[in-house]
Design a protein around this ligand. Structure first.
Ligand code: PLP
Length: 240
């Protein structure tokens, strides 16, 4: 099931890329693995996702120990508390969800302590939603301009989760705005920046995101099926 789902997502990604006149190889598929156990994650890795994205530190630690991600890089894509930064820095290829300055400062400090350079994305709250974290579209270029002050972090791009939309296509303007912000940052040729990743698009809108320049889609439901929030979790806490 998981392998078939991934094959069909790949076909849709390729088609969306071709429609946009883009090379399908430019666009990576990140499996959003939250609430799916190590065995299911291993299946996704075996089926050839480009990377895995984990939301919670506890799941990251447990599934890493269970070798869930062996064969694919793992990224952190959830809200990261500063007191858990130690468990993430140096352990993931990319922290996609740097959503506030104190977190960036904390990652810098921990990366310096470990003597590593941590690749990061800035998360942009492109819909200006109260309920979501992230830098505003106005703050984002200002933070990018300060990356010299964070020599143990390398800015690789932007990540965004636009508002839940009613109609397909509604989010295109948000994706287009993210692309515009990234293009503006790149044009300034600042230090310590290699902006080559635009992480945007999920199960419901990844084709629109690809049309607007996404280089990485983060897909959960279309790979693993619906997640069972609420409900009575079974021993694994995973959907049946
Ligand atoms: C869960 C999640 C996704 C995937 O969402 P789906 O709609 O299930 O594809 C992508 N990005 C982030 C940050 C997530 O938490």
């Amino acid at each position: 099931m998981i392998a078939e789902n991934i094959a069909s997502i790949r076909a849709r990604m390729d088609e969306a890329a071709r429609r946009a006149g883009r090379d399908p190889k430019e666009i990576l598929l990140c499996a959003a693995t939250k609430m799916n156990d190590a065995a299911r994650v291993r299946e996704a890795v075996a089926a050839g996702v480009d990377c895995c994205g984990e939301n919670r530190v506890q799941e990251l630690v447990q599934k890493s120990a269970a070798h869930a991600y062996d064969g694919a890089p793992v990224h952190f894509i959830g809200h990261l508390q500063t007191n858990k930064v130690k468990q993430v820095v140096g352990k993931v290829e990319l922290i996609q969800s740097v959503d506030r300055l104190p977190l960036l400062q904390c990652i810098e400090k921990e990366a310096a302590r470990q003597g590593v350079v941590q690749d990061i994305l800035l998360e942009v709250n492109v819909g200006g939603e109260e309920s979501k974290s992230g830098f505003t579209p106005e703050q984002t270029p200002l933070i990018a301009a300060e990356m010299d002050a964070f020599p143990h972090c390398r800015l690789r791009g932007l990540m965004a989760i636009p508002p839940v939309s009613k109609n397909s296509g509604d989010n295109r303007r948000f994706f287009a705005e993210i692309q515009r912000i990234a293009v503006d940052i790149i044009a300034k040729k600042q230090h310590n920046i290699r902006m080559d990743i635009l992480s945007m698009g999920m199960t419901d809108d990844f084709e629109d995101a690809i049309a607007c320049g996404s280089t990485m889609v983060r897909v959960g439901t279309a790979i693993f099926g619906a997640r069972n929030y609420g409900g009575t979790p079974d021993a694994t806490g995973l959907p049946k």
